[in-house]
Design a protein around this ligand. Sequence first.
Ligand code: S6P
Ligand code: ZN
Length: 183
Amino acid sequence: MMQMDWAKGLLRPDVEVRESVKTLGQLSGIFANTKALREMDPTTVVYRVQAWCPIPEGTEGGLFWGTTVVEPGLVDSEYFMTHGHFHLKRDRTEYYGTIEGEGALVLMDETRATWMEPMAAGTVHFIRPRVAHRVANIGKSPLRFVACWPSDAGHDYESIRTYGFGARLLNVRGSAMLVKSDA
Ligand code: S6P
Ligand code: ZN
């Protein structure tokens, strides 16, 4: 059994919980404006992840549970966001559920068609097979969400590092807009 603090959107820290922190320095390749990024503190935290993986990674038929907190912020006009990934087993799906904050779930299929679903307290999102997913914080406070995914899904970060998403979520005159990427 695990304890979840639903108000904070966090699992109770425990030996069973894997925790990771992603900083601007670690995410340098994913933001468009590398010059603006270089002028920012590379130790700035962009998001934190907890994962409860009660069975070995790769086990067929199991499920993992995790929390993510994305901080508010911008690199030039691009919102702070998660790295984003396809699942290594492309047909594996996932649920995201928003605890609090204001965000956008950016989704991309294998033809690079990219779209978004708004995230706010209470929204539940089903991520379909063969769809890459990334979350941007478009608000002024931390964006907190939970995730549930198959234990044999795996993560393909490489495709995103190399090709990115088909569009970027930018702050255009104060509003969040999905703008097609050149890459
Ligand atoms: C795992 C699930 C989430 C993400 C987390 C960080 O399948 O989608 O727990 O790992 O939101 O995003 P990323 O793209 O860095 O894994
Ligand atoms: Zn995933």
